[in-house]
Design a protein around this ligand. Structure first.
Ligand SMILES: CC(C)(COP(=O)(O)OP(=O)(O)OC[C@H]1O[C@@H](n2cnc3c(N)ncnc32)[C@H](O)[C@@H]1OP(=O)(O)O)[C@@H](O)C(=O)NCCC(=O)NCCS
Length: 181
């Protein structure tokens, strides 16, 4: 999907700066969370085995068209240190989608609901955008809570919808969450 304006260069929240991912983020991302199997448990990618995996991931992020999809790192506003990442994309002219990950040492402080609420507020203020949505595995309670706290509502159960390679070699059931205007 393309044709809209470029997605923003960044977002700011009370505690976080979401800024565009860059090659120089490979070290902190690899060390901070991408090699952590517990972080990747419900994700569609396997834990990175080396810096080269993280370099390749960042190259894929940077290759996306800025009007279609962008990847931001979540950096602390105070220290600038990378805490996680956030993907935002246009699914079509009227709706956006997203994904997120946070290093384990930063879990449980409400950082991702803060980031998601800011992005969802922005998305739903864009002309023509009426919906922002994502899926999460039925057992990913933490992610479901993030979306609920950011004002998304659970719309349903999609069966056999996502392949989580770290959990099973067959697609698993997931919940669909969305916020609309
Ligand atoms: C999902 C994730 C981003 C949550 O971000 P967060 O900033 O920690 O979110 P919150 O602090 O609001 O906590 C959300 C829920 O996580 C769970 N949680 C909190 N601290 C936790 C911890 N230390 N360990 C495990 N789970 C924890 C709780 O269920 C919490 O819900 P509650 O506030 O109702 O108790 C983070 O757990 C993560 O990166 N997980 C791995 C990647 C992932 O699953 N991404 C989403 C794919 S759909």
């Amino acid at each position: 999907m393309s044709g809209g304006a470029a997605l923003p260069d960044g977002f700011e929240t009370a505690r976080l700066a979401l800024r565009l991912i860059a090659e120089a983020d490979a070290g902190p991302i690899f060390e901070g969370y991408a090699r952590d199997a517990e972080v990747a448990r419900f994700l569609v990618w396997r834990p990175h085995r080396s810096r080269a995996d993280t370099d390749a991931y960042i190259a894929r992020c940077l290759a996306k068209r800025p009007d279609e999809a962008r990847t931001y790192v979540l950096a602390g506003r105070e220290d600038g240190a990378v805490r996680g990442a956030f993907d935002l994309r246009r699914d079509d002219a009227n709706r956006m989608g997203f994904g997120y990950v946070l290093a384990r040492r930063w879990w449980g402080r409400g950082l991702m609901p803060e980031a998601l609420a800011a992005v969802a507020d922005w998305a739903l203020a864009q002309p023509g955008v009426f919906r922002i949505s994502a899926l999460c595995d039925v057992e990913n309670r933490a992610s479901a809570r993030v979306m609920e706290k950011a004002g998304l509502a659970r719309e349903g159960l999609l069966r056999r919808r996502i392949l989580c390679p770290n959990l099973a070699d067959e697609p698993r059931d997931c919940f669909l969450y969305a916020r609309v205007r």
